[in-house]
Design a protein around this ligand. Structure first.
Ligand code: GTP
Length: 598
């Protein structure tokens, strides 16, 4: 029977351990993609992904594999994003599988995302096949890594595969292990349809393409379907599979992984995690674990050129079609004019969207410092959610403020425990636990306020551990903190886009750092500009931007024309992202300076 020869699996790995390279080897070995057609890293389709070398949108591919037992098997390889911002998508794609290849770099060992992904895979009861990759490297230590996998994760490593995705070593063995160890899909073709949406993508020609795993029943073109969470109904216009390009099929049946199109106009109508069923013979209950992805990080997004406001709105609307976790609403800032308050899953998500707006839509942006969502308890008993610091009510009205906390795992070599703890401490972290991974490496667990890590936590970790730290976090919930709003005044005028919420004990220090940074970043004007930080009406820090004295060109001592031109160009470059705030010209970087720590 066909169902018995289906194998659905994902590849899970820490960033850079070789997931995409291995996926390429598998596509090649099964002749799914010919070597000639195989672009580097076929599964990472988006340009941005390729440039950044990270997987943003997951994808899937159907492969045919002729096994050593002489039977032909159908594999569905489901790609997963590796970044914490997208952990819900990872979880959904794992829910579409029965097994997972766990890739660990033979010279690096287990890293933070290895662990996070393994836990997700174990939650979904997946058969985990450890693969130690990059054994071609001179620094490879497969035996040490094996032991680490046993000690830290508790997996049996007696059947670990040693592989090199670079030269193809181990590929065949991996495929055989998938056949033998990953269970065939359960489920019954005669039951009412249950299909799990694990990704969805907007295509301007076909509408939304929902990536699905059929858990029960079958689905065909022309059938009426219902999305069980959103309760929207559609008529199926096409079903098919990815090879890895989309190819039409007659039907999808239990265990299959493929796509459905149904003239769906917005990905919000076919959300990741929702269950598709037949409208006239629905399943009794949706598949478990559905969760709506909620933005965690917000920032103001404004066009540098106010005339591009409508263009920006169009861009956001387009992007939203394809990204149901992006949220935005119109916002007016006294300082920046008309723009939008946008919500993102995390910082990477934020950067990706900003970059796409600039690159694909040609709109230059001014963005404000990212903010988390605060729960504000007012004296009159009301509770409000605030994700724009400038909306924080007066201190006299506020009884208490809660902020989101995360549980963070940081993995580092022994030598760096000190610096890591210093950073976590400086970020208001609460130490929880420390465990040895092996003789040389440690896993440190801290509870940290999300707001302290949204900006440069990871950069600081990396630079203070010579790049050795890996980091992962999960949201824990809200906790009360002594938080206050700090305002920034330029030339005596409060700039709403620069307001920030800070911990009371750090306010003085932060205020000082911010005004100093602004002094550095804001170019000298024709007049002297005082920069102040205040809480309520009380100024707690101040600096002054001196008036311009001499022309920058006078530094060039006449002579060299090309040098002069270069300098002018550089000045122009620096000026491009300027916004007039009152009478003061403020560059883009200034809006980020409120996150300045030192
Ligand atoms: P993300 O998509 O960012 O999660 O990374 P990834 O896990 O997909 O890693 P990727 O396949 O992009 O590989 C990362 C780097 O390691 C690339 O430069 C690969 O060429 C290299 N690499 C992958 N496998 C091997 C291997 O077996 N041996 C060696 N020497 N290098 C490898």
């Amino acid at each position: 029977q066909r169902q018995e020869r289906i194998r659905n699996f994902a590849i899970i790995a820490h960033i850079d351990h070789g997931k995409s390279t291995l996926a390429d080897r598998i596509l090649e070995h099964t002749k799914t993609v010919s070597e000639r057609d195989l672009q580097e890293q076929t599964l990472d389709a988006m340009d941005l992904e390729r440039e950044r070398g990270i997987t943003i949108k997951l994808n899937s591919a159907q492969l045919k594999y002729e096994a050593a037992d002489g039977e032909e098997y159908t594999f569905h390889l489901i790609d997963t994003p590796g970044h914490v911002d997208f952990s819900y998508e990872v979880s959904r794609s794992l829910a579409a599988c029965e097994g997972a290849l766990l890739i660990v770099d033979a010279s690096q060992g287990i890293e933070a995302q290895t662990l996070a992904n393994v836990f997700l895979a174990l939650e979904h009861d997946l058969e985990i096949i450890p693969v130690i990759n990059k054994i071609d490297l001179p620094s490879a230590e497969p035996e040490r890594i094996k032991k680490e996998i046993e000690d830290v994760i508790g997996l049996d490593t007696s059947e670990t595969i040693l592989a090199s995705a670079k030269d193809g070593t181990g590929t065949e063995e991996i495929l055989e292990h998938i056949v033998k160890r990953v269970p065939a899909p359960q489920g019954n073709v005669n039951e009412p349809l249950e299909a799990l949406i694990f990704d969805s993508l907007y295509d301007s020609y076909r509408g939304v393409i929902a990536y699905v795993r059929i858990v029960q029943g079958t689905i065909k073109k022309g059938e009426k379907i219902r999305m069980m969470q959103t309760e929207k109904e559609f008529e199926v216009s096409e079903v098919g599979v990815f090879k890895p390009n989309p190819v039409s099929a007659d039907e999808l049946s239990v265990g299959d992984v493929g796509f459905i199109t149904a003239s769906i106009k917005n990905v919000g109508d076919s959300r990741v995690g929702d269950t598709v069923t037949h409208a006239n013979a629905p399943a009794p209950a949706p598949l478990p674990g559905y969760q709506r992805m909620k933005p965690m990080v917000f920032c103001g997004v404004y066009p540098v050129d106010p005339n591009q406001y409508t263009g920006l709105r169009d861009a956001l609307e387009r992007l939203e079609l394809n990204d149901s976790s992006l949220e935005f609403e119109a916002e007016v800032s006294q300082a920046l004019g008309f723009g939008f308050r946008c919500g993102f899953l995390g910082l990477l998500h934020m950067e990706i969207i900003q970059e796409r707006i600039e690159r694909e839509y040609g709109i230059e942006l001014i963005t404000t410092a990212p903010s988390v969502i605060y729960n504000v308890y007012l004296n009159d008993g009301e509770v409000i959610e605030i994700h724009n610091p400038s909306n924080m009510p007066d201190q006299q009205q506020v009884m208490a403020v809660e902020e989101p906390f995360v549980k963070a795992n940081v993995m580092v070599p022994n030598d760096f425990v000190g610096p890591v703890m210093e950073i976590c401490q400086a970020k208001r972290g609460e130490f929880q636990d420390m465990k040895y991974l092996d003789e040389n490496r440690v896993n440190i667990v801290y509870d940290l306020p999300l707001t302290e890590i949204v900006y440069d936590f990871f950069d600081q970790l990396k630079s203070n551990t010579r790049g050795y730290a890996s980091f992962d976090y999960e949201l824990m919930g809200y906790k009360e903190s002594k938080l206050v709003k700090m305002d920034i005044l330029l030339n005596g005028e409060q700039v709403d886009a620069l307001s920030v919420i800070v911990h009371r004990d750090m306010a003085y220090y932060r205020g000082k750092a911010i005004v100093e940074k602004l002094k550095e970043l804001i170019p000298r004007q024709q007049f002297e500009v005082p920069v102040q930080a205040s809480i309520g009406n009380k100024v707690i820090a101040r600096s002054t931007i001196k008036a311009i004295r001499k022309n920058v060109l006078s530094k060039c001592y006449g002579g060299d024309v090309s040098r002069k031109r270069k300098l002018l160009e550089k000045q122009k470059e620096g000026k491009r992202r300027m916004k007039n705030v009152g009478k003061v010209e403020v560059p883009q970087e200034a809006f980020m300076s409120v996150l300045q720590m030192d």
